[in-house]
Design a protein around this ligand. Structure first.
Ligand SMILES: NC(=O)c1ccc[n+]([C@@H]2O[C@H](COP(=O)([O-])OP(=O)(O)OC[C@H]3O[C@@H](n4cnc5c(N)ncnc54)[C@H](OP(=O)(O)O)[C@@H]3O)[C@@H](O)[C@H]2O)c1
Length: 156
């Protein structure tokens, strides 16, 4: 099972200066609830970004895969994946894809489930989630707060 999880505005903004454009605590709690201890795949930029947030604290995931084309890259807490598409095609364990834009784009064709946090307020950014064909997915759950609509979709 491959699950993608992310937060975006209705304009599909997901990032700014390699950070999140917003600080919405309840969404961080939601993200953490779903990904804690799990196997995750992320791009190198997102890894750097998360390390910036967590500083000396360990990232709260199980197995961490970091996609990078840099064959010299060595990370003490993660396995480097040189071909993210090959990884997604062949992986047998459940994986949570946690960003960023380039890795979501690669992973969308393999996604079984989408966990989208629709951020209600508009934020500016420099990184966008790729175009998404919702006819390929059906919503299975939706919960609303003042700030965010939490939607879960499954591939039809
Ligand atoms: N809103 C959200 O939920 C959310 C979640 C996650 C991230 N973000 C945001 O998204 C932004 C980062 O996204 P991004 O697209 O710039 O970066 P990214 O997807 O995190 O990482 C891009 C890197 O992944 C590697 N890569 C790309 N394609 C690959 C492939 N086919 N095989 C192996 N490695 C591959 C390359 O690393 P090398 O350069 O090392 O070769 C590339 O530079 C940040 O602003 C972050 O805050 C938002």
């Amino acid at each position: 099972m491959i699950s993608l999880i992310w937060a975006m505005t209705r304009q599909r903004v997901i990032g700014k200066n390699n950070k999140m454009p917003w600080h919405i605590k309840e969404d961080l709690v939601y993200f953490r609830k779903h990904t804690a201890g799990k196997t995750v795949l992320m791009g190198e930029n997102t890894y750097v970004s998360l390390k910036g947030y967590y500083k000396d604290r360990p990232l709260p995931y199980g197995k961490i895969y970091v996609a990078s084309f840099n064959s010299n890259l060595k990370l003490e807490d993660a396995t480097v994946v040189l071909d993210a598409v090959d990884f997604l095609k062949n992986v047998e364990e459940d994986v949570w894809v946690v960003g960023g834009a380039s890795i979501y784009a690669l992973a969308l064709p393999y996604a079984d489930r989408l966990y989208i946090s629709w951020v209600k307020e508009n934020y500016e950014g420099d990184t966008y989630f790729p175009e998404l064909d919702f006819t390929k997915f059906q919503m299975v759950s939706e919960k609303e707060s003042d700030l965010v609509t939490y939607s879960i979709y499954e591939r039809v």
